[in-house]
Write a new protein. Structure first.
Length: 337
């Protein structure tokens, strides 16, 4: 979702109460449904790389229908987009998808129908889906649950929700039991993402100016956070490389960017009007993102400008819907397991 839309959702949310159920199963939802199918792949300057030789799987959000007929699925495919499989399906929407370091658990936000959004974890081995946003009995408070992130060691979560009125970030155990409220401010704090060492995290906040979010880094040892001070009127929704050296994020609501945390060098990743950040491959060598209902995979670029003899390198996977429905692809991630 676009950055202003995300912030607006945090302010307004939906209008009806969600179910207090704490454990969800995707098994009963595996009825016949639309699936994405690859209709074209377009390698650009990838003569030295055959995409099918890369290991792992792609997982992405697949949206079809509109309004009350909206359906969202988590789809798993091979790296080249082939062999699609539904991992989870809901009549509603899915957002804020990420994975554990090992790729064995997925964490994402589900909003079924007109209910309040909830953060859930899907176990890849069993396909069991568990609500981690309701264990403290906060459903009675009509809480908006926006996103979550699994710690590098898998033992803790960061959850962003509005149980205190405005969106704040909480540290919990692996089941969602709150251990500590980390942010305490009259601002919208969202989208936490761990650094690989587990000692800090990056999050999005409009602390400095209402509805103009920037990125901040929270340090557990000091129990304080500092702005990253990146260029741009708005910067939001970071993703972190496996080494923690690089981050991607969305700048000025539509521009995907890559920044070196050590040198603060920053470059544009693309000019395709992204409203979501690019994700890193497990080895940190590639970026992937959705653009115009395609998935694009590119080697992580250097911070040196291309010469006139060079041109960008990419692999683009173009999809169609198996039932010829309009569809949207969102938030692709790359996992190994």
């Amino acid at each position: 979702m676009a950055i202003v839309m995300a912030i607006s959702l945090a302010m307004t949310g939906c209008q009806t109460m969600r179910s207090p159920s704490t454990t969800l199963s995707s098994t009963s939802l595996q009825s016949s449904t639309s699936l994405p199918k690859v209709i074209a792949t377009a390698p650009t300057n990838l003569s030295d790389l055959h995409i099918r030789q890369l290991s792992g799987k792609l997982i992405f959000i697949y949206l079809t229908g509109f309004g009350e007929n909206r359906q969202a699925q988590l789809i798993e495919t091979q790296i080249d987009g082939s062999d699609p499989k539904t991992l989870y399906k809901v009549n509603g929407t899915i957002m804020s998808l990420s994975a554990s370091r090992l790729g064995d658990r997925l964490i994402f936000t589900v909003q079924a129908g007109k209910s309040y959004p909830q953060v859930v974890i899907l176990d890849k081995a069993t396909l069991q889906v568990t609500d981690v946003s309701d264990v403290s009995g906060i459903s009675a408070k009509r809480t908006h649950n926006f996103s979550g992130a699994i710690s590098p060691d898998g033992r803790q979560l960061l959850l962003a929700n509005s149980q205190m009125g405005n969106p704040e970030i909480f540290l919990t155990d692996s089941s969602g039991n709150i251990k500590q409220q980390l942010t305490h401010q009259p601002a919208i704090d969202l989208a936490p993402v761990w650094l690989p060492d587990g000692q800090s995290f990056i999050f999005t906040s409009d602390k400095a100016k209402f509805l103009q979010p920037q990125l901040y880094q929270y340090y557990f040892a000091k129990q304080q956070f500092l702005p990253l001070n990146l260029p741009g009127k708005t910067n939001a929704i970071a993703r972190v490389s496996p080494t923690g050296r690089l981050i991607t994020y969305v700048s000025d609501n539509s521009q995907g960017r890559l920044t070196d945390m050590a040198t603060k060098k920053s470059i544009a990743i693309n000019n395709e009007g992204l409203a979501e950040p690019a994700n890193f491959s497990p080895d940190g060598n590639y970026l992937l993102y959705s653009a115009k209902n395609r998935i694009k995979i590119i080697p992580v670029p250097t911070f040196e400008p291309l010469t006139p003899q060079q041109s960008p390198v990419s692999w683009t996977i173009q999809f169609a819907d198996s039932n010829h429905q309009p569809f949207t692809i969102r938030e692709p991630i790359w996992v190994n397991y």
